[in-house]
Design a protein around this ligand. Structure first.
Ligand code: AOF
Ligand code: ZN
Length: 362
């Protein structure tokens, strides 16, 4: 029982860093000697010390024969920092309690092995699910080298994302919209199609009421670079903007937009950009989490291609109808119910008058 409460504390320390460790995972650690906490630590940001290092430093000599609790397997590799497993050994720790294994192919069990070989008592699996859930994005990114994709939509009860005339501001209420800003704050990048830029002229920045938010990198899919030149998103003084185009874009458009401070990413596709190519490029640029806030066509490209991991849908208690009023998932659609995309691990919460439904693609 005590074990669990120390691990919970380590998880809390880790979670407090949500939104600032990318592309690294959130990790927390607690050092306990004779039932007293002698060290605490969390990984604050990529490139800086790992959680165990902070906790061991605080513990100092008291780490001798102590127990260390870590939410993620101590690393065994030289990355931006030296291996934590070595530092745990050097500090004279007697027992190591780990929540989850590190799926990073450079670690993947080797940290645990190293500690066991050196004769330490090692326990793995305490609150593993909590730790895995906390790092769901990292766990995907580090294995696939592509960002973990969350598709966010806001719909009416009849599944519409806008009225027949294209009006969409606002379908959901204030609480739900604040929650979206929290999603943005936690994402490395946010993606829309050029159609959304033309229709809504969004800024796609983070506007949190209670705290300072982090602006994600903004990515626009625009095969032929037809983005309106007065679009708000082209103002890169607030946050960077990348536009993905295909070989169908003209050299002239590429250079005029580049001159305005926008980064142009040209894929090898001849006409339409393939989502797989975009994700590969973003992964290479260390984008580990991507929030897709596209319209129905962008959503369809992502869903039909199997590129979405998580779906967040805000549902407003409104009915607007209309044959031509757009829905959240357009494209060709599936003609048979057996092909429908089904979600697992569902959860639901009420935000003001709206509901937020979260699920994962099977
Ligand atoms: C730990 N404790 O607190 C973290 C770990 O480039 P580096 O040196 O920061 O290494 C990054 C990798 O280390 C990351 O991909 C993940 O496998 C692991 N993160 N490990 O023991 C920590 N943040
Ligand atoms: Zn480490």
């Amino acid at each position: 029982m005590l074990d669990e409460s120390y691990m919970r504390l380590a998880l809390e320390l880790a979670k407090a860093q949500r939104g600032q460790t990318s592309p690294n995972p959130m990790v927390g650690s607690v050092v306990v000697k004779d039932q007293q906490i002698v060290g605490l630590g969390a990984h604050l940001r990529a490139g800086e010390a790992h959680a165990e290092v902070h906790a061991l430093q605080m513990a100092g000599d008291k780490a001798q024969n102590a127990t260390i609790y870590v939410t993620l397997e101590p690393c065994s590799h030289y990355g931006r920092t030296p291996p934590c497993a070595d530092q745990v050994l050097e500090a004279g720790i007697k027992k190591v309690v780990v929540a989850a294994l590190d799926p990073n192919p450079l670690v993947a069990g080797r940290g645990i092995e190293k500690l066991k070989k050196a004769g330490l008592e090692v326990e793995v699996g305490l609150l593993a699910r909590e730790s895995e859930k906390m790092n769901e994005a990292f766990n995907h990114y580090i294995v696939h080298k592509k960002p973990f994709v969350t598709m966010k939509t806001a719909t009416t009860l009849d599944g519409k994302i806008a009225t027949v005339t294209g009006e969409s501001q606002w379908i959901t209420g204030e609480e739900a919209r604040q929650d979206v800003h929290l999603l943005r704050h936690e994402s490395d990048a946010i993606l829309v199609g050029v159609q959304t830029v033309i229709k809504d002229n969004p800024r796609l920045t983070t506007r949190l009421e209670r705290a300072e938010g982090r602006h994600p990198l903004r990515v626009v899919l625009d095969s032929t670079l037809r983005i309106p030149r007065d679009a708000q998103i082209l103002d890169t003084s607030v946050a960077p903007t990348w536009i993905c185009c295909s070989q169908a874009a003209s050299r002239e458009d590429i250079s005029t937009l580049s001159e305005r401070g926008v980064r142009i990413i040209q894929t090898e596709d001849s006409e339409r950009i393939s989502i797989g190519n975009v994700l590969k490029k973003l992964g290479e640029e260390h984008v580990s989490t991507l929030l897709v806030e596209g319209g129905g066509e962008i959503n369809a490209s992502f869903l039909e291609g199997g590129h979405v991991q998580k779906v967040v849908t805000y549902i407003a208690p409104k009915l607007i109808g209309g044959h031509l009023a757009p829905t959240a998932f357009r494209g060709e659609g599936f003609s048979s119910l057996k092909d429908a995309i089904s979600l697992k691990d569902l959860s639901m919460e009420q935000l003001g008058n709206d509901f937020k439904v979260t699920g994962y693609i099977r």
